[in-house]
Design a protein around this ligand. Structure first.
Ligand code: FMN
Length: 186
């Protein structure tokens, strides 16, 4: 698949199933992630790759966080949090390690991780795998890092659910570019 076709056809499938990418594939995928733009080369992005029993560990962390930090969680919501990591055979936790820097604010470091996440999605698609980017209650907050045994300067930017696409394929919407683009040429 050429690069533009890969960009135009990437999508988040309805379901993700086995197999997940091999170690060799993931090595190349992380290399692609680490090619994301990165102001001052701070190398802010970190990834935790969760598979197998690791998914149970992640599920337990979500439940503990929900029990201790969220208010008015219904049993149905708690079930949803508990089962969330099992929606795909692999989950990549997207993390930004925040560095104090006179020219590079925290937001730029997090945006670099976001760019890395998109590189991962595109690299997965190029290899006939897929990912779904999710955030929800377990991202963008100071407290969740502790439940994942991370230092306090690590911020969770989101979760990529990864596997082989399954289910009916999605129709990719055709957007009218002219509604989104303004040109200044004089
Ligand atoms: C930062 C970010 C956070 C997202 N969080 C969620 C989420 O928590 N739940 C969800 O269903 N989709 C979430 N999405 C959207 C999906 O990942 C996906 O992009 C969307 O369903 C559109 O599908 P497409 O990628 O096939 O166009 C998020 C996207 C981004 C960029």
């Amino acid at each position: 698949m050429d690069a533009i076709t890969n960009l135009l056809s990437r999508n988040s499938p309805r379901e993700l199933t086995l197999p997940f990418p091999s170690k060799e594939d993931m090595h190349e995928i992380y290399q692609a992630a680490l090619r994301a733009p990165d102001h001052a080369w701070l190398r802010p992005s970190r990834f935790i790759e969760v598979t197998g029993d690791g998914l149970t560990k992640l599920s337990k962390a979500f439940v503990e966080y929900a029990k201790n930090e969220l208010k008015d969680v219904t049993p149905m919501q708690m079930d949803k949090y508990q089962s969330a990591p099992f929606r795909a055979p692999m989950v990549i936790i997207l993390i930004t390690k925040i560095t104090e820097h006179p020219k590079v604010p925290k937001i730029e470091q997090m945006l670099s991780t976001a760019a890395a996440a998109e590189n991962i999605l595109l690299a997965l698609h190029a290899k006939n795998f897929a990912g779904i980017w999710r955030t929800g209650k377990f991202a963008f907050n100071k407290k969740i890092a502790k439940y994942l045994n991370l230092p306090s300067d690590h911020e969770i930017v989101g979760y990529l659910y990864v596997g082989t696409p399954a289910g009916a394929s999605k129709k990719i919407p055709e957007l009218d570019v002219s509604k989104f683009v303004t040109r200044w040429d004089k």
